[in-house]
Design a protein around this ligand. Sequence first.
Ligand code: GDP
Ligand code: IMO
Ligand code: MG
Length: 428
Amino acid sequence: MAGFIIVGAQWGDEGKGKITDMLCEDFDYVVRFQGGNNAGHTVVFEGRTLKLHLIPSGIMYPDIVPVIGNGCVVDPPVLLSEMDMLEKQNISCERLVISTNTHLIMPWHRDLDGASEHRLGANEIGTTRRGIGPAYQDKASRLGLRMQDLFDRSILREKIASALEEKNDLLTKVYGLAPYTVDEVADEYLAYGERLRSHVTEISPLLNVALDRGDWVLFEGAQGTLLDIDHGTYPFVTSSNPTAGGACVGAGVGPTRMDRVLGIAKAYLTRVGSGPFPTELSDETGARLIEVGGEYGTTTGRQRRAGWYDAPVVKYAVEVNGLTDLAITKLDVLSCCETIKVCVAYEHRGKRYTTVPGHQSAFHHAAPIYEELPGWKVDISGCRRFEDLPAEARDYLGYLEELAGVPVSIIAVGPSREQTILRDWPQR
Ligand code: GDP
Ligand code: IMO
Ligand code: MG
């Protein structure tokens, strides 16, 4: 068995793309199992920077098979333009495989995402407006279109017609937007189908046979644990399951095939969009983390909210995902801090919480309780071994390890592939 899962242990943008890319050298398959082009994964290698939204990080290794799982939602023109962008950079997408069951983001999903956010006004979720929520909504309502529907004109027309019967009413009568015509959409999507046809196949048998053979398969999560629709800060979440269980559902592979579950966490914390964030800093320190960490969204360009590392959040991610290991990224960014705070618990109405409170109101109003540690104030981006790090940085990692209860096996000290310290990770 060699199934490995990577998940975000916070609110997304933890550096999953960087770690996935760095580990992919040893893998035969890399699988995205949920989410869509709401994700933005930045990969820096050989002096190049790639921003990926749908295609698994790892595509740049010539021998790996990148897979888009049934748990994802795919916007076909967005996927095709990402493939074109990669081909232009001499990165082949020929091996890309897409599940026959992957649901499609249709143009009305994009419209409805924007319109419903607009309607929520001050209560908006702050979605990426890529149509993610409405697409998953239709999947659950059994009104969705799937990859396999793109290859048969009459089935495609029938499904579009059935969806538009409801969507056109919603678009025109509720939101005052323009309707769609069945033929126009069908023609456009049949053309996308033609271009994608050779990539579409059943992925569950493909991955199970690969695992039987002893191949190494890496499941790359998008978003993060606290954005999970079941386990996150609902309703300020995405519409899929970025937690480890999502890897099984979203790729058709059983939990008994997984060897390790790696949670990625930033050495501090960020969040994009609305929702609770107890350790958020609205002061000069927060501004410095944003500036030094380059904390602007890969997908929407929005400035991320920033704050101190929240140990109860990561502890919660350890439990919900069954994490075996942690990767701590962006440790180099903390070199800008004289001292570093870590939230070890919260206080709400006289009660102390050491994990994420179950009730949303308690979490919204939770006051962080901090421990303060000395900073190291030196550039660590050139460190390649744990022993090269200053004592204060090693102590900081030791403290995070103690609070999480799992080992910090990987440490990132810069955006590029080689700016990584592997402490305890299997290599082939
Ligand atoms: P993802 O969505 O989890 O893949 O993360 P993003 O790519 O959206 O955001 C992480 C950002 O931090 C990207 O710009 C990465 O290039 C960058 N990054 C990743 N790891 C490190 C690190 O250890 N140090 C620094 N300075 N930047 C990093
Ligand atoms: P990666 O994979 C950070 C956030 C949005 C919004 C909420 C719902 O790069 O870590 P959606 O468009 O999914 O309906 O928006 O989720 N969000 C992310 N935040 N990183 C992401 O992906 C995100 N994908 C969605 O900002 O708050
Ligand atoms: Mg991102």
